[in-house]
Design a protein around this ligand. Structure first.
Ligand code: SIN
Ligand code: FE2
Length: 194
């Protein structure tokens, strides 16, 4: 479900909280198990964070860069995730992980499934801020032709149930200047990892 502008009322609180998170756990470009450096820079907040390195993909309670726990998930993040999931038909969503992606012009995310979580009953809630991007949403098979959606500042996507493991990705970010966030797109995905 695509909820246009759903995050707008939370924008100021989210951006303020984001500054605190990034001060504690700066964005970094991680390496895939295959040794490629991702074009998207990432950080996390919550009890656990998604990380990738030469040993694989996993959720970890510790930020490998600092050796400290990830910053706590701020209240407005939890509130937005809960409300958006509810709107998408998933009551009582209590995420324990929020992966924060930063796309600069040219950055992209190849088609993938979110499948490192322990339980697929909970949905994924994805919040877009800053420059708009083309979100590709396919099917259960990698070869299913993805539909393309332009996600703008404040849009929220919720997927779960039968589409929980659908392939999705983001086309290379076009250059531009966003009035609030400048030359970047920030995406937050809320997950129930454990
Ligand atoms: C993701 O699949 O983790 C990111 C999706 C997005 O940036 O919209
Ligand atoms: Fe994903």
């Amino acid at each position: 479900m695509l909820l246009r502008g759903f995050a707008r009322p939370y924008e100021a609180d989210m951006l303020a909280a984001l500054r605190g998170i990034v001060a504690q756990a700066p964005f970094r470009r991680m390496f895939t198990p295959g040794g490629h450096q991702m074009s998207v820079a990432m950080t996390n907040c919550g009890n656990v964070g998604w990380v990738t390195d030469r040993s694989g993909y996993r959720y970890d309670g510790i930020d490998p860069e600092s050796g400290a726990p990830w910053p706590a998930m701020p209240a407005p993040f939890r509130e937005l995730a809960l409300r958006a999931a509810e709107e998408g038909g998933f009551a009582g969503f209590a995420p324990d992980a929020c992966l924060i992606n930063r796309y600069q012009p040219g950055a992209k995310m190849s088609l993938h499934q979110d499948k490192d979580e322990q339980d697929f009953a909970a949905p994924i809630v994805s919040v877009s801020l800053g420059l708009s991007a083309i979100f590709m949403f396919g099917g259960i098979k990698r070869s299913d032709k993805p539909k393309r959606y332009r996600l703008e500042h404040g849009d929220v996507v919720v997927w779960g149930g039968p589409s929980r493991l659908y392939f999705h990705g983001v086309a290379p970010l076009a250059d531009g200047e966003h009035a609030v966030l400048g030359r970047q797109r920030i995406n937050l995905t809320f997950r129930r990892a454990r």
